[in-house]
Each structure stands twice: as C-alpha cells, then as structure tokens.
Design a protein around this ligand. Structure first.
Ligand code: ATP
Ligand code: MG
Length: 457
C-alpha cells in the first residue's frame, strides 16, 4: 500500500530534465529497469563506464522495452574507439570494414558495440547521383550519433547505471504514442538511404505502431530510389521482413504502399492469382507461427514458396508446348530463378534446396513400387512434405495426397505395403499428354490438369 503510494508520488514528481540538447527521462517516468537489460549488455556498459568511457544501450532494444516487447538483441553505443573497446573485453573482435564495430561475446550472447558516429555534412558527404550516402563513417559524440539514426524511437540512449534515457528527438513521446517518425526531413533521409522506407514498413508492422504522416507520405513518390540500392542489401531487408515473425503484416503493408514492386516483382503477378495468394499467405502465416514457437525457418523454403506458382506457370506453358514434364520442370525452375536473380540476389546456395523442394513435389504423386520408399529417404523429405501440406491447404492439390503421406511416413511395414497403389497407375499418367488449358497459370484446383506432380521421377 505504502509502496504503491510512494510509487505514485514518485512518478508524479518524475519529470524530464534538459541536459544540453537532450531531454533526460528518469526511471520514475519511463519505468525501464536495469534488470530488463541482458547480462551481456550490462557487462559491456558497466565495463566501459568503469574504464572511464560513456556507454549506453541504444536502438531497437530501448524502443522494444518501452513498448513492452522483448528485444531481439541489445546494442551498445560508446565514445570508446573500437580498439579501446577491444582492450576492455578480452573476448571480443572487431568486425566490418566500412564502419568498424566490436562484437563482445558472453557465452551465446553477442553484444554489438558501436562508437558514436556523426552524419557527414552535406558538402563533405559522398553521395551517388540520387543523393544516396556512400560513406558515413566519421566518429562523433552522442548527440551526433542520435541524429544519424533513422527513427526517433531508434535514437534513445539508456544508461543502466542511472536508469535514465537520453532523448534528442522526441523519441520517448513518439514511442509512448505508438508513432514511428523519421528524424529530420524524410525526403532527405530516404534519399540518403532508401532502405529506410522498407525499415519503416517492417518496424511499424512488427511493432504494431503507426507511421507518422510526414514519414509515410513521401514513400509513394520515392520508392523508385530502391532500384539503386545494392541487391545484397535489399535481400537482407526482405529477409528481415519475411523472418520478422510478422511477415503477413509486412507484405500487407508493402502491398498497401505499393512498395513490393521491384522487391519481389513476381509477388504482384502471384497475388493476382487467388490460389497463388492463398498459398503464399499460408506459407507466411506458417513461418510467423514457427518463429513465435522458436522453431527454425529456412529462407530457402520461404523463397521456394514465394516462387512456386511462378514455377508452376512456367512449367505448364512448356508442357502445353509439348515439353516432357521432367525436362520442362528443370527449365521452368531455371527460368524463374534467373528472372528473380535480376531483382533480388537470392544466393546460389539457396538454389539447390529450392530445387529439391520443387522437384520432390512431382514425386509425391507416385505411390507405387519402390518410389515412395526412396522419397522417404531424401534428406529434405520433411521440407518437401511441409511444402506439400501447404499446397493441400491452399487447394492446389487434393487433401488426400497429404493425408496419405502423413500416414505412410509413420506406418508399419505391413500397413505401408497395403497403402501402395497398384503398379502402373502412375505410368499411365506419365504417358498422358497434357490437355490444352484455359489458364496460363495452371495452379488453380479447377484448372489443375496436368499437375506438376504427374511427371515422372
Ligand atoms: P530490430 O529489432 O529489427 O533489430 P533495430 O532498430 O534494432 O530493429 P537494427 O538493424 O538492428 O534495427 O539497427 C540498429 C540501430 O541502428 C537502429 O535502431 C537505428 O538506430 C540504426 N539504424 C539501422 N539502420 C539504419 C539506417 N538505414 N539508417 C539510420 N540508422 C539506422
Ligand atoms: Mg537490432
């Protein structure tokens, strides 16, 4: 009772105070306690401060704690140079070439420590012809470090020793009001780094907070700037969206803002096809669920799902033109991957897995002789089967096929033998020539003749 009363009085008397250009928000107001900071981040800030440096938890972690979310990781910002940080922590290493950061290791936890840096003044800045910053690697102070960050909510510094938050851009009030706002002029900041537009979409979707009007407005006209962003960075950001645990919301936001063009250009085509859309949304929902259950998610599986209906369409076209099913499938896969590579640099190492998943789909329909046994031995059977279940759930193939494989996997030897279909059933199908179809994309249940699964092993 007394405790509660004291807390109320304390909260009432807690007010931000100005220190230089910062508003310092006391614990009594924001309520983020030192105990909410990870073991490693506390070790880093305590260690650096004991060595005479400034050190704060910064960025996404402070924002997430204010929003009552569990931070993914804890980053630290300091006035110590990377070499000085290295000297304080034995188990650490310097990473990055353009801007050097230090990773400090505590068992499984890795704390990323960055030295305060400043935005380079317009006349010194190296930009490309569209205004995109090519270099921003000058050391600076805390205030300058706040100004070079993207959103006000991402520019808060938390000192675990005093439990105070340093705020230079009104990020505390914005976060409390569930608003994501660009620091400075959005036009300039998006030109410097167009990826900030995607970050705006991802963070607002993931955190369930709104984009401030001035932050959202220029995106429609500036989205073409994304064409100049190096592909590897785009892929990075797209993967962050897909693996954020909120991929469905991210895709919906992207779609709403018309931002998916040039990112996953095929998404456009796919989303116009009802079965394709259902399939992708199921795949994304499935991914979000796995992430919320702390299960692993493979990017290759996700890309295989996103591109599946493109592969089907390309395959169908070839088969209609008289191509043999298996050969047509290989050509279709190569064509779709090549087209997608021009937009998003999906690494080659994902190709093999994607192709395995796709090719397995053809083999699920063969349920006679030794074939099902051989398929079970495939190292990626599980991924292929999960993919098949998505196809069933989206209405692309008959539910019965998924149920059959579900049972066959765990059945006894006798039951498996009983389940096998008579030899020859698949052969007849294999010899059949595809009929002409109305739709180019033969993914639809109703126009599903022939299916990708009908071709031979
Ligand atoms: P997440 O929860 O996804 O990790 P985050 O905000 O921590 O979100 P990071 O990519 O880890 O995102 O970036 C850490 C911090 O670096 C951000 O909070 C922001 O202050 C700054 N930052 C990241 N990307 C940019 C950018 N493109 N422009 C300016 N500042 C950025
Ligand atoms: Mg982060």
């Amino acid at each position: 009772m007394i405790k509660k009363f004291l807390k109320r009085v304390f909260r009432k008397s807690a007010k931000p105070k100005a220190v230089g250009n910062a508003q310092v928000i006391p614990f009594g107001l924001h309520g983020v306690a030192r105990e909410q900071i990870s073991y490693g981040a506390l070790k880093v800030t305590d260690g650096l401060q004991a060595a005479g440096f400034q050190a704060y938890v910064v960025g996404g972690a402070v924002r997430d704690l204010l929003l009552d979310r569990i931070p993914k990781d804890f980053d630290v910002a300091t006035d110590a140079t990377p070499e000085e940080v290295r000297r304080v922590f034995r188990r650490s290493r310097i990473i990055g070439r353009r801007f050097r950061l230090v990773h400090v290791m505590f068992g499984e936890e890795v704390v990323e420590v960055s030295t305060f840096r400043r935005m380079i003044e317009a006349e010194d800045a190296q930009t490309d012809e569209h205004g995109r910053l090519l270099r921003d690697n000058e050391f600076g102070d805390q205030e300058q470090d706040a100004a070079r960050r993207d959103f006000t909510a991402n520019a808060l510094f938390y000192d675990p020793a005093t439990q105070e938050i340093f705020d230079y851009h009104g990020g505390y009030a914005d976060t409390r009001n569930h608003l994501l706002r660009v620091i400075g002029d959005p036009l300039v900041r998006y030109r410097e780094d167009p990826v900030r537009m995607l970050r705006a979409v991802r963070l607002s979707a993931k955190l369930g907070i709104k984009l401030d009007a001035a932050t959202a407005a220029p995106i429609a006209t500036m989205k073409n700037l994304l064409d100049n962003v190096p592909q590897a960075r785009l892929l990075d950001e797209v993967l962050k969206m897909l693996l954020s645990g909120h991929s469905v919301e991210c895709i919906q936001h992207l779609h709403k803002m018309n931002l998916h063009h040039g990112l996953l250009p095929l998404l456009d085509v796919i989303l116009e096809h009802p079965v394709g859309e259902k399939f992708i949304m199921l795949a994304l929902r499935n991914t979000d669920e796995r992430i919320s259950q702390d299960k692993t998610v493979s990017p290759a599986f996700l890309f295989a799902a996103l591109l599946w209906h493109e592969v089907l369409a390309a395959w169908n076209l070839r088969v209609q033109q008289g191509g043999r099913p298996v050969g047509a499938m290989h050509e279709a896969m190569d064509e779709v991957l090549a087209r997608q590579k021009a937009q998003l640099a999906i690494p080659h190492r994902q190709d093999a897995v994607m192709k395995e998943i796709w090719l397995m789909q053809q083999r699920f329909e063969q349920r006679s002789g030794q074939r099902p046994y051989r398929l079970l031995e495939q190292p990626r059977f599980r991924a292929g089967f999960d993919f098949l279940l998505l196809r069933c759930a989206s209405g692309e193939v008959d539910e019965e096929l998924g149920l059959w494989w579900d049972e066959f996997q765990d059945a006894s030897a006798e039951r498996r033998a009983e389940m096998l279909q008579p030899e020859g059933a698949g052969d007849k199908k294999r010899r059949r020539r595809p009929r002409k179809k109305k739709s180019v994309n033969g993914a639809g249940g109703e126009t599903h003749e022939p299916s990708a699964s009908e071709s031979a092993e």
